[in-house]
Design a protein around this ligand. Structure first.
Ligand SMILES: Nc1ncnc2c1ncn2[C@@H]1O[C@H](COP(=O)(O)OP(=O)(O)OP(=O)(O)O)[C@@H](O)[C@H]1O
Length: 186
């Protein structure tokens, strides 16, 4: 049975890092899906931006991040599952895998779409948490317009994540295996 792991957490909580570690352990049984990928590629097409620069972590990304959030919110207000659908269709067309790790879940409506589309029994919600000091040490700086808008805060009051993982320390393989065990993916 396909299992879709929805990974969320505030900026610099380690969504990418933990997703990559889980992926490495699950290997060919899993793939990482990013909802932000079709958002970035459509936005780049729209503005004829350099996609490679946009996908990297440079200043370019921050510069366009705010405008992109506003535009993608408009698209979502018409169709809340739009970007989730495109990301999943592209991923499954590329290569269907039993485990899907969605590494950038940000909204209650994302979770809603996955549950409605695939059934709640196939969807596992994972919340990563890190202390503000940890996030700062990883380069996070509070930025108005990014850290205080729904794309960052909508899931703050979501009740009932299936798994909550505190990600403040370096993870050895044992702790990654532990996370997989908690998720019953091992
Ligand atoms: N458990 C960990 N051990 C060591 N380094 C970590 C750990 N978790 C995260 N990091 C490091 O912290 C930084 C931020 O992590 P990451 O990019 O995964 O966060 P994110 O939640 O995806 O952030 P954003 O929302 O800004 O994209 C990265 O350099 C990553 O390698």
């Amino acid at each position: 049975m396909m299992k879709i792991v929805l990974i969320s957490g505030k900026r610099k909580c380690g969504k990418d890092y933990i997703s990559e570690r889980l992926h490495k352990t699950l290997a060919e049984r899993a793939q990482i899906v990013r909802i932000s990928e079709p958002i970035k590629s459509e936005w780049a097409r729209k503005l004829q931006l350099d996609l490679a620069a946009l996908l990297s972590d440079g200043p370019y990304k921050e510069q366009y991040r705010r405008d992109m959030i506003v535009w993608s919110d408009e698209v979502r207000s018409r169709d809340y599952g739009y970007f989730c659908r495109v990301a999943m269709e592209e991923a499954l067309a590329r290569r269907p895998t039993p485990y899907i790790l969605v590494s950038d879940v940000r909204r209650k409506n994302d979770i809603r779409w996955f549950r409605e589309t695939y059934g709640s029994d196939k969807v596992l919600t994972v919340r990563l948490t890190s202390r503000p000091e940890t996030r700062s040490a990883r380069g996070w700086v509070f930025t108005a317009g990014i850290d205080d808008v729904p794309s960052e805060c909508d899931l703050d009051d979501f009740d009932g994540f299936d798994v909550v993982v505190a990600n403040d320390n370096e993870n050895d393989q044992e702790s990654i295996d532990q996370i997989l065990e908690t998720m019953q993916l091992k």
